[in-house]
Design a protein around this ligand. Structure first.
Ligand code: NAD
Length: 310
């Protein structure tokens, strides 16, 4: 039996070409879930417990990474978590970073932490991820958590795939027996989301496409659910989408735009102008998958807090 979630109704929809296109509004859903987490934290602290604590390590001055960490910190505060950010210089050695990780691993007041990627070139990313305690690995990137996820065991699921699953579930989208095509096989998005959606509870038949896939459009046109995590601006066009499909756009790209105060606008991996009218459901960019990614990290932190304080 597939789980059905009917608590969150689609918060937005638009008539396009006579057909109803429903917007998978990640922004509203994220607010709703944050409120649920905040209520739980309020109850915990009212009962005399400490608040959950999420920490982040950031190495270097990469602009996008600074923005991501700042919004994780802001969201942590919004739900009442304690949050710490450890800022390390670009020249930090691998050994120094490993020592900081060891420090966070053994600090009983920190429930979960992330190491913001990418790391400077002289640091071996996998070695760093491997050093994170699986019990505090709220990004779900350590081999132990990835292995547990693949085996369907208790684990921390990576935030973006988890956010995609939440969007589907909380909007009551049927997945059982549906053909889901995923474009992109990265370790943080494509591969885990393909795994999760093929498992019991979602029960999709999944096709995982990547840079060596032949006849990509032929495959994507068969998708009832199309998940796009390719990292190429507006790659998916109308001729690649089956009418009535659910389209989840994971891509985030900053495009210069002088008409905007910020000087840029955000677009995704899907050409929304022409694809959206074909869809039954579609995620906007921005405001679709992105907000759910951060919320999933908060959910994992709350889970770590509960597991580590049993
Ligand atoms: P990545 O670059 O690690 O992986 C891209 C994948 O696309 C690769 O597996 C590659 O095989 C595949 N690919 C490349 N060219 C292809 C082609 N022509 N045909 C088929 N497959 C092809 O990307 P990623 O880290 O998974 O991120 C993808 C996008 O999602 C990026 O735009 C990224 O910024 C965005 N992202 C968004 C969030 C969020 O919270 N919304 C989170 C993570 C990533």
């Amino acid at each position: 039996m597939q789980e059905k979630y009917t608590d969150a109704k689609p918060t937005n929809s638009a008539k396009k070409g006579g057909e109803e296109v429903k917007i998978l509004d990640g922004k509203s859903l994220a607010l709703q879930i944050k409120e649920e987490i905040a209520n739980e934290v309020r109850q915990l602290t009212a009962d005399g417990h400490r608040a959950p604590h999420l920490a982040a390590i950031i190495v270097g001055n990469d602009g996008a990474s600074q923005t991501y960490v700042a919004s994780k910190e802001k969201s942590s505060h919004e739900v009442g978590f304690t949050s710490s950010v450890y800022r390390m210089s670009e020249s930090t050695s691998e050994q120094q970073l490993l020592e900081s990780i060891e420090f966070l691993n053994s600090d009983p007041d920190i429930d979960g932490f992330i190491v913001q990627l990418p790391l400077p070139k002289h640091i071996d990313e996998q070695k760093i991820i491997n050093a994170i305690s699986p019990n505090k690995d709220v990004d779900g990137f350590t081999p132990i958590n990835v292995g547990r996820m693949v085996l369907g065991q208790e684990c921390f699921v990576p935030a973006t795939p988890m956010g995609i699953c939440t969007l589907l579930k909380r909007n009551g989208i049927e997945t059982e027996g549906k053909h889901c095509v995923v474009i992109g096989r990265s370790n943080i998005v494509g591969t885990p989301v393909a795994n999760l959606l093929s498992r019991k509870g979602f029960d999709c038949t999944v096709t995982l496409c990547h840079s060596r896939t032949r006849n990509l459009a032929e495959l994507t046109r068969q998708a009832d659910i199309l998940i796009v995590a390719i990292g190429k601006p507006e790659f998916v066009t109308a001729d690649m989408v089956k009418p009535g499909a659910v389209v989840i756009d994971v891509g985030i790209h900053r495009i210069p735009d002088e008409s905007k105060k910020s000087g840029y606008r955000i677009i995704g991996d899907v050409k929304h102008q022409e694809v959206d009218p074909l869809c039954s459901w579609v995620t906007p960019v921005p405001g679709g998958v992105g907000p759910l990614t951060i919320v999933s990290l908060l959910e994992n932190t709350l889970l770590a807090y509960k597991r580590n304080n049993k």
